[in-house]
Design a protein around this ligand. Structure first.
Ligand SMILES: Cc1cc2nc3c(=O)[nH]c(=O)nc-3n(C[C@H](O)[C@H](O)[C@H](O)COP(=O)(O)O)c2cc1C
Length: 305
């Protein structure tokens, strides 16, 4: 049997398939379809301090090679999350990550402070791609100083791993990853969605109520792979790579580019059993590449010739 495990700091993930924030709800929605204990990890929908209704519909639109979403970070807020969702996760073993969201650094701090005494939490994924109201709606991870400000506010509040989730829209994603490393992050995950637009020609209106949405799915994979590779060259932190992974082959390509593990998003929305199929495919493919472990493949991209 190949060794598919990887670690972020002291936290061991049994395999590289982690479910991406926002694409698998809080977890219990998937319980009828898959054995959650077989996952490498699970990351919740973004948690803000207060409940949020999200954007008006329509807020998802299918594109030829992926989807556009403008959910607007709908959620139950940190109090209901602690009372209703964390007890559910006590029945399952995989590492559980909380995707922390905020409109300002204080929001992020409130969520981490409120949840941190709960024993079932394994790590925090800090969603640095939400619009920050104090900076006119810009995402913190477009800017190294904003990235540092939020992570250094959170670092003293918890001993658990902090993973910075990065937007693909920074001028240099690798510089943002470096700033995250300097501010004490234990890992980075990338990428969040790309800003996109879908047009209804007949009405000449946007397909989404919000106008713009986030593009995810196979369309974004080549850009995501390039960013994972650049970040791997720049920082020593473990990387959770994502963007358009739909097969075991895709997963292993992210590992070759430098990811330690991956996240599966849109593929789970299409088929809730996709993550376990992707895991099976990757574990069957690995020995044919002459590797006994994912570690042997990690960052092994060679020059063209
Ligand atoms: C419907 C939907 C909701 C999402 N919600 C969140 C979220 O709450 N927090 C977050 O950090 N990323 C969120 N994302 C981004 C995904 O976690 C992931 O970064 C992105 O979809 C790229 O991966 P994929 O191509 O495998 O879907 C969401 C994506 C989708 C499609």
């Amino acid at each position: 049997m190949s060794d598919l495990s990887f670690s972020i700091g002291p936290l061991r993930f049994p395999n590289p398939v982690v479910l991406a924030s926002g694409t698998a709800g809080y977890g219990y929605e998937l319980e009828p379809y898959i054995d959650l204990d077989l996952l490498g990890g699970f990351i919740t929908k973004g948690i803000y301090p207060a409940p949020r209704a999200g954007n008006p519909s329509p807020r998802v639109y299918e594109t030829p090679s992926g989807m556009l979403n403008a959910i607007g970070l709908q959620g139950i807020g940190m109090v209901r999350f602690r009372d209703e969702v964390l007890p559910f996760w006590e029945r399952y073993k995989p590492p559980l990550g909380i995707n922390v969201a905020g409109e300002c650094p204080e929001d992020y701090a409130r969520v981490v402070e409120y949840l941190d005494s709960h024993p079932r939490i394994d790590f925090y994924e800090i969603n640095l791609s939400c619009p920050n109201v104090q900076t006119g709606g810009r995402s913190p991870s477009w800017f190294p100083e904003e990235t540092k400000r939020i992570l250094s506010t959170l670092r003293p509040l918890t001993k658990r791993p902090l993973i910075a989730k990065l937007s693909p829209h920074a001028r240099s994603v690798e510089e943002i990853a470096f700033a995250a490393q300097e501010a004490g992050a234990d890992g980075v995950s990338l990428i969040n969605t790309f800003i996109g637009l879908a047009v209804d020609l007949k009405s000449r209106r946007p397909m989404l109520h919000n106008l713009f949405g986030g593009v995810s799915g196979p369309a974004v994979k080549p850009m995501a792979l390039a960013m994972v590779y650049k970040v791997f060259q720049r920082v020593s932190l473990p990387i959770l790579g994502m963007g358009g992974i739909v097969s075991g082959r895709d997963l292993l390509e992210f590992i070759v580019a430098g990811a330690s593990g991956v996240q599966i998003g849109t593929a789970t929305i299409v088929d809730p059993q996709a993550p376990l199929r992707i895991l099976r495919e990757a574990s069957e493919l690995l020995p044919s590449l002459g590797c006994d472990s994912l570690g042997e493949l990690r960052g092994s991209l060679k020059p063209y010739r």
